[in-house]
Structures are given as structure tokens and as C-alpha cells.
Design a protein around this ligand. Sequence first.
Ligand SMILES: CC(C)(COP(=O)(O)OP(=O)(O)OC[C@H]1O[C@@H](n2cnc3c(N)ncnc32)[C@H](O)[C@@H]1OP(=O)(O)O)[C@@H](O)C(=O)NCCC(=O)NCCS
Length: 177
Amino acid sequence: MTAAKLEKPSLEHKKSYIEALREFQEEGRYTFLDIHDVENNFEDFIEKVNNGKKHLHKPYADWVEPVPETVLWLVKDNEFIGTLNIRHRLNWHLEKWGGHLNFIVRPSMRGKGFGKKLLQKAMPYISSLGIDRALITLDPADKSANKIVQFCGAKLEDTLPATDKFPARNRYWLDCT
Ligand SMILES: CC(C)(COP(=O)(O)OP(=O)(O)OC[C@H]1O[C@@H](n2cnc3c(N)ncnc32)[C@H](O)[C@@H]1OP(=O)(O)O)[C@@H](O)C(=O)NCCC(=O)NCCS
């Protein structure tokens, strides 16, 4: 048994990542990725994720400026557990709905404390990118995600109501200094 750690996405975790991607897609996430394409061209996929990746604001990619993004994977016992996305800066869309951070745990691994671990381990990486205060925006109804950010010390700034285009969001600031 090894401790969970955050690391750069790598070829080593192909099998568990593909299995996790299947689970994510079953719940309607990452449907913009063609799983067969990712599996057959995994080396290219990893290279793109690690090199100069931009946050594409799917499904708003056509009208929101992309920003640079760092992607890290939470790995335990050599298996992919979850993903952390750190956007290096905010734009008008991230300021309200997207935030600096996105974190996600593989569905079959949820409820085991990995979400909490992931955000705790994220702090030094966020601050190493020069982000002292990270904005996190969450669905107010998502109990586990709200619990995690509050546990990590994030402070609620406000709650944006849903609009015809965007969902309601709790906006938190997390001190990463
Ligand atoms: C949010 C998410 C990352 C949580 O991951 P996780 O590994 O299940 O989280 P944890 O196991 O660390 O649980 C965190 C807390 O939420 C609690 N929790 C879990 N499910 C819950 C539920 N349905 N209702 C209330 N609390 C819940 C846990 O008990 C735990 O609290 P505790 O430590 O006080 O017991 C995961 O559900 C996920 O990937 N969701 C989809 C993506 C997402 O919404 N990301 C967040 C926005 S960026």
C-alpha cells in the first residue's frame, strides 16, 4: 500500500485512467473525449494534457477565452483515483462559474476520503503557480464538495443564482499561502 499522491499524468496509469473515464462518461462527464481515441493514442493524449494545455470552457469554447491550466492526477497504489485542474488565472467566465480549481474523483472511489485528500494535497501546487487565493465555485446542492472546501478552510464569498445560461454557484476563496 502506498500513500495517495498528486503527480503529473503519465502513461503508467493508462489502464485505471481508461476505466475511470468509462465511469465518468457513464455519469455524463468528459463526453467530449472519444474513449477509443484516448485509449489508442494514449501517448498523444498525455502529451497534450501535460504540455501547454488550455482550459477550453466546454461547452462554451467558442466564446470564452481559454486560459493556461495545469493538470494533476491523484494516484494511489499505482492507480488513477482523480483529477485536479488548476487554471493559472481567471477570466470573466471563471470568475463567476468556473473558478481556479476543478477536482473530481473516479465514481467507484468516492466516499472514501479521496476528495478531501486531493484538495489538501493541492495547496502547495496551487501556491507554486503564484496563486495565493484560489476561487472555487460549487453547485450549492453538492454536499460532499461543499464539505470538502469548507474543511480545507475556504471562505464563502457569495452564492450566484442560476440564470438561463448558467447554473447556481457557491463561490469560495481558499487561502493557499
Ligand atoms: C465532490 C467529490 C470530489 C467528492 O469526492 P469524495 O472522494 O467522494 O469525497 P470524500 O470521500 O473526501 O468526502 C468528503 C465529505 O463529503 C461527505 N459526503 C459524501 N457524500 C455525501 C453526501 N451525499 N451527502 C453529504 N455528505 C457527503 C463525506 O462524508 C465527507 O465528509 P466527512 O469527512 O465529514 O465524513 C466527488 O463527489 C466528485 O468527483 N464529484 C463530481 C465532480 C465535482 O462535483 N467536483 C467538485 C467541484 S470542482
